[in-house]
Design a protein around this ligand. Structure first.
Ligand SMILES: *[C@@H]1O[C@H](CO)[C@@H](O)[C@H](O)[C@H]1NC(C)=O
Ligand SMILES: *[C@@H]1O[C@H](CO)[C@@H](O)[C@H](O)[C@H]1NC(C)=O
Ligand SMILES: *[C@@H]1O[C@H](CO)[C@@H](O)[C@H](O)[C@H]1NC(C)=O
Length: 276
């Protein structure tokens, strides 16, 4: 997510931070409003929950065997819902349906109704929305279509129009294939974001301001396979100055007027310097 200086580091999918709002519609119009004379930054937390990596899918979901990796996806979704409850300006993006569908099945009707209201208001948004974030190197196209269909069908059946993902999100597959881009375009996504790209190429693109592009995944499709595509600024990590969770040392953003100004200035300096 890129573009920089005049546009958000994290553009397109997003929302939140600093600006007032309250919307009752899903989709892009549910983004918090922006100001034309400012650098508007939207920060939207998202998931990247591996559907099986160091642990099994069950171990990830329930948080078992945390000595292998400290991860329990059911608690992530529980705490997201609790945090969305607290403030209508908050947004969250969920990605992997293998986990979300399992969590949904275990919720009572009240929780389901509340979560549906967040989806309807664009506060909980699904992106990618396949059963998993599939590999791009060795996956047969049949499997890609099947696993995306499974996830999207659950979303459409459960949430209707507001559940349908608009953005493809492959922030961890190790390399990207034009066939995947072509399939995403033909699935109707508006854009595709990924993280993994060679360091040299990312560096060049930062300098050239070509982090975002139109990827023509398959010229034989006559434009149907073209897709707005963006490489993330810094792998799938937060942009500079925004890494303040347990894994890193940036100062937290403090929600006080005088600090807003400092933070915005800092973002401006960091982004412009690294792209100069
Ligand atoms: C945790 O992993 C060990 C092996 O690494 C296995 O024997 C055990 O059954 C696992 N426990 C759970 C709760 O999955
Ligand atoms: C939950 O909703 C479903 C579908 O609307 C309904 O069939 C079921 O009886 C409800 N359960 C409770 C405990 O109210
Ligand atoms: C960057 O721009 C230079 C000069 O216009 C061009 O030669 C080069 O191919 C570009 N590289 C990328 C990755 O866009």
């Amino acid at each position: 997510m890129t573009k920089l200086c005049s546009v958000p580091v994290i553009s397109v999918l997003l929302v939140v931070l600093l600006l007032p709002l309250v919307n009752s519609e899903c989709g892009y119009q549910s983004c918090n409003p922006t100001k034309p004379d400012r650098l508007n930054v939207h920060i939207v937390p998202h998931t990247h929950d591996d559907v099986g990596w160091l642990k099994t899918v069950d171990q990830y979901f329930y948080g078992a065997n945390n000595s292998i990796q400290h991860a329990g996806v059911q608690y992530i979704i529980d705490s997201v819902v609790a945090e969305l409850d607290k403030d209508p300006k908050r947004r969250f993006i969920y990605v992997e349906m293998a986990f979300f569908e399992r969590w949904w099945r275990e919720q009572d009707n009240n929780t389901r109704a509340k979560v549906k209201s967040y989806v309807d208001a664009g506060r909980l948004e699904f992106i990618n929305g396949g059963w998993s974030m599939n590999d791009e190197a060795c996956t047969h196209y049949n499997s890609i279509i099947d696993q995306m269909t499974l996830g999207h069908r659950f979303l459409k059946d459960t949430f209707g129009k507001c559940g349908i993902p608009k953005i493809a999100w492959h922030i961890d597959p190790f390399g990207h294939s034009r066939e995947q881009a072509s399939l995403f375009a033909q699935m109707g996504f508006d854009a595709f974001y990924f993280a993994r790209i060679s360091h040299n190429n990312r560096q060049l693109r930062r300098i050239n301001k070509t982090m975002e592009m139109i990827w023509n995944g398959d010229p034989s499709q006559g434009g149907k396979a073209s897709l707005m595509t963006g490489a993330l600024y810094k792998h799938y990590d937060p942009p500079p100055a925004f890494c303040f969770d347990q894994n890193c040392n940036d100062s937290p953003i403090q929600v006080h007027l005088q600090f807003h100004i400092i933070v915005m200035h800092l973002i401006h300096l960091t982004c412009c310097k690294s792209l100069a």
